[in-house]
Design a protein around this ligand. Structure first.
Ligand code: ADP
Ligand code: MG
Length: 244
């Protein structure tokens, strides 16, 4: 369902992604781990067309972006295949909870307001925020703002949800609530998800597959058992020693 071939991305002289090859199946949950500054966020941002690689190709659900000959139509089509949940929530401060979740549906998908509202309420119910629909983000906790971010990402019904350290800005007592929602998305709704996280226990529970990224490359991948209990690569082992 997702196929990435030989993806390269640089910022000026800094070569961040150095040939990423990656596939994921429909319904699969892939967790990416790795030291910071190694390109994990950049990779997710390329999948969502927030950044553009200078070499390689990205295919999601039949839409292919060929970097050398990309055009606006392809970009728009590919962008609609995924939605992103950000580390720092990225909610619009001047919009209510309901407006935040409705916005991508009415602006990007051109959905009618009534239909968008109905969908938004359905997803806000799933993340238990129905009592906050008319609040502004400044009156919500971090965990509640992240739940808005998750409802917003789900509401556009994307083929894949990309989550960039979704719990790392949260106070410890708020982490498990968000993790419960994500586990539910994975298990009951069979959502295809790619999650960058440093929470190893959570990663073991939710992931079908773990990928270890270092210095712009995928160094090792496997099931949670393979990767966490029996890492083959020396760099994976060193990284895990540091964080577990
Ligand atoms: P990770 O998510 O693994 O911590 P990132 O993908 O955020 O790593 O960043 C990889 C490298 O690319 C870092 O050195 C970072 O400073 C650099 N980088 C990321 N985004 C930009 C940008 N927009 N402009 C310049 N450098 C960037
Ligand atoms: Mg990052």
């Amino acid at each position: 369902m997702i196929e990435v071939k030989d993806l390269h991305k640089s910022f000026g002289k800094l070569h961040v992604l150095k040939g990423i090859n990656f596939t994921a199946e429909q319904g699969e949950v892939v967790v990416i781990i790795g030291p910071s500054g190694m390109g994990k966020s950049t990779f997710l941002r390329c999948l969502n067309c927030i950044e553009f690689p200078e070499q390689g190709s990205i295919e999601i659900d039949g839409v292919i972006l060929n970097v050398q000959k990309k055009n606006e139509k392809q970009i728009r089509a590919l962008r609609q295949k995924s939605s992103m949940v950000f580390q720092n929530y990225n909610v619009f401060k001047n919009k209510t909870v309901l407006q935040n979740v409705m916005l991508p549906m009415t602006s990007v998908q051109k959905m009618k307001k009534e239909e968008a509202k109905e969908k938004a309420l359905k997803y806000l119910e799933q993340v238990e925020l129905l009592d906050k629909v008319d609040e502004y983000p400044s009156r919500l906790s971090g965990g509640q703002q992240q739940r808005v971010g998750i409802a917003r990402a789900m509401a556009v019904n994307p083929k894949v949800i990309l989550l960039d350290e979704p719990t790392s800005s949260l106070d410890p007592e708020l982490v498990s609530g968000i993790q419960d929602i994500l586990r539910n998305l994975a298990n009951e709704h069979r959502r295809t998800m790619i999650i960058v996280t440093h929470e190893i226990k959570f990663a073991r529970e939710i992931a079908d597959r773990i990928i270890f990224m270092d210095e712009g490359r995928i160094v090792e991948e496997g099931t949670p058992e393979e990767l966490f209990l029996n890492p083959k690569n020396e760099r994976t082992r060193k990284f895990l020693e540091k964080i577990v």
